[in-house]
Design a protein around this ligand. Structure first.
Ligand SMILES: [Zn+2]
Length: 97
């Protein structure tokens, strides 16, 4: 279990795009499906809400975070991501620089 890792992809992260106009300078991540297939046991697992921690049958991988964030872990080399997510431009919030 030496390659045990956890990876978190946060949503709502700020990603300025240099050169873009001010209104499209920031993006949010829209998650439609938070899921992955374990390449060891071939089970597909899906996290359906924020605290829905789901691991596969053989225990090699897990997904978590539902539609709020993409958190996955275990043997990431055995994990095939099947999530559906996209970045969407948004206007900047007042408290942002
Ligand atoms: Zn498995």
């Amino acid at each position: 279990m030496s390659d045990l890792k956890v990876e978190i992809i946060k949503v709502g992260k700020l990603e300025p795009h240099p050169g873009a106009d001010q209104k499209k300078q920031y993006t949010r991540t829209i998650i439609r499906r938070n899921s992955a297939i374990c390449l060891k046991c071939n089970e597909e697992i899906e996290s359906k809400h924020r605290h829905d921690f789901v691991s596969c049958g053989c225990g090699s991988i897990f997904v978590d975070g539902g539609r709020d964030y993409l958190r996955r872990g275990g043997e990431l080399a055995k994990l095939k991501d099947t999530s559906i997510a996209r970045e969407e431009p948004r206007e900047k919030y007042e408290w942002e620089d």
